[in-house]
Write a protein that binds this ligand. Sequence first.
Ligand code: ZN
Length: 397
Amino acid sequence: MKSYTFVFVGLLAVLITVGLIFLFVPTSPPTPHVLPAPTNIVFLIGDGMGFEQVKAAGLFLNGKEGTLSFESWPHQAEVSTYSAGSEVTDSAAAATAMATGRKVNNGVISRAIPGDDRPLETILERFASMGRSTGLVTTTEITHATPASFAAHTVSRGKNPEIAECYLNQTRPNVLFGGGGTLKGDAASAAGYTVVTDRAGLDQLDTESVTHVAGLFGEGHMPYEYDYLAKKDLQYDVLPRLSEMSRIALRILSRNPQGFFLMIEGGKIDHAGHGNDLARNVHETIEFARTAQLVMDWVGGRRDTLVVVTADHETGGLKVVCGNGKGVLPTVTWLTKGHTPVRVPAYAWGVNAHHVSGIMDNTQWFQIGLGLAPLPAPSTMPAVAEREAAAMFAAGR
Ligand SMILES: [Zn+2]
């Protein structure tokens, strides 16, 4: 009897020891999950385009919400937009977060502020360093905050000459299409860029051979879509629209077998939001959606490309009250002439698009675009500001 007890206790001791070994001896760390990275990225930003702006444009265009081109894409999310110093971001801080994965103060163009003020590498620069082509297309002046944050580094968004200098002599995107003004044609030519200034010039480009093109279309921001349709401003008789610029940009950039990064901004959705101007807002959003469709037509069945539609922030605190049928503006209310802290929509298609779901933060685009495991959203938004924002927008979105 005694010996049985002894054997039993002995076995138990062995089992416990083995168990402890399994518990405490470290096994090899899990292999880092390296995700496939897109070869090409088309990143479309509707400046100031919140959920309600999308809804309003769908109601006007098709008489039904949920009907804009990108609203049928398979992966969708809500994205938080606050900057390092404020629950309400500006375009510079928001675009910097998207381009670099880092929150900065409002007004800062891709520099570590707060921090040590070093230039923050942007996804466009990373793509260029991999031998890929890069491009910026916008309806604002080409040196404006959103495009600048992808290809320049300045302490302030107002330093347009510095931004132009950075484009031409440092980052050198292959395609720079937008409003001219600060970025001068002769400076671009001197830096080795082919310069075009209207639709005819753009159409005559030899897209098979041109390497660096500056399309400087008018002085300052480009005109509103609505003003052309209402015959108030006829500049689009000679200037290319967002979708036309984007078509040529894709043609040039996609020649590179290594891949490309293209940022396309519907920049004037924001301006119409600041003016609480629904007609202009809706028509800018429709042209932006037309551009997204054109990108998808180009992408076709490619398996190497990520396409994203999102916004930097919402502008105006727009709320759709009801639709009034196709071709008629919906009934809406506006809350402010400024930006708001509400989350913005995101729609994605292609490589790594499955990471776009639920609630995201704008810093996560950098990881998703580079095929790095997306970091969790930082939780530095002041709790009070978050509560205020939630209360302010409890009634809608
Ligand atoms: Zn704005």
